[in-house]
Design a protein around this ligand. Structure first.
Ligand code: HEM
Length: 147
């Protein structure tokens, strides 16, 4: 329906430049919650947030995140096919010390990146469409925390 068209239309250009858009998203995330930076163990020796954001391993994680979003956009018609993958991804994030509450801040950062990148095309229905897809992804990942 309309949600899927809005998401696919907006991802078409963003998805071609994953790293820069992912960097905008994670810069915002660390602004909102600087403590998350230390969960990337390879970042403990960074002089500044800016140094961390440009470290190769960190940029790899940014790329991984964007590829998961890309997979979700490609599977909008059958998001449930990603459930096992996302549950396992949740388990890995539990293991590195992420709390499920942090996903709300990640969601805010995703919306911030969309707003910055899309300008006028960032509308209330588009925002809601992305939030809907993101909450499905987060719900699936959060099952990785269940005992
Ligand atoms: C792996 C942290 C959010 C996708 C990792 C790793 C850390 C980490 C420390 C292991 C080291 C690495 O691969 O770089 C975080 C933190 C997040 C976050 C602190 C925010 C609170 C996300 C989100 C996604 C994601 C939202 C995708 C929707 C991945 C993937 C891997 C990964 C695909 C690789 C897993 C594997 O090795 O199989 N994350 N992450 N991360 N993360 Fe995240």
């Amino acid at each position: 329906g309309k949600d899927k068209e809005l998401i696919r239309g907006s991802w078409e250009s963003l998805g071609k430049n994953k790293v820069p858009h992912g960097v905008i998203m994670f810069s915002r995330l660390f602004e909102l919650d600087p403590a998350l930076l230390s969960l990337f163990h390879y970042n403990t020796n960074c002089g500044s947030t800016q140094d961390c954001l440009s470290s190769p391993q960190f940029l790899e994680h940014v790329t991984k995140v964007m590829l998961v979003i890309d997979a979700a956009v490609s599977h909008l018609d059958d998001l449930h096919s990603l459930e096992d993958f996302l549950l396992n991804l949740g388990r890995k994030h539990q293991a590195v010390g992420v709390n499920t509450q942090s996903f709300a801040v990640v969601g805010e950062s995703l919306l911030y990146m969309l707003q910055c990148s899309l300008g006028q095309a960032y509308t209330a229905p588009l925002r809601q469409a992305w939030l809907n897809m993101y909450s499905i992804v987060v719900a699936a990942m959060s099952r990785g925390w269940a005992k």
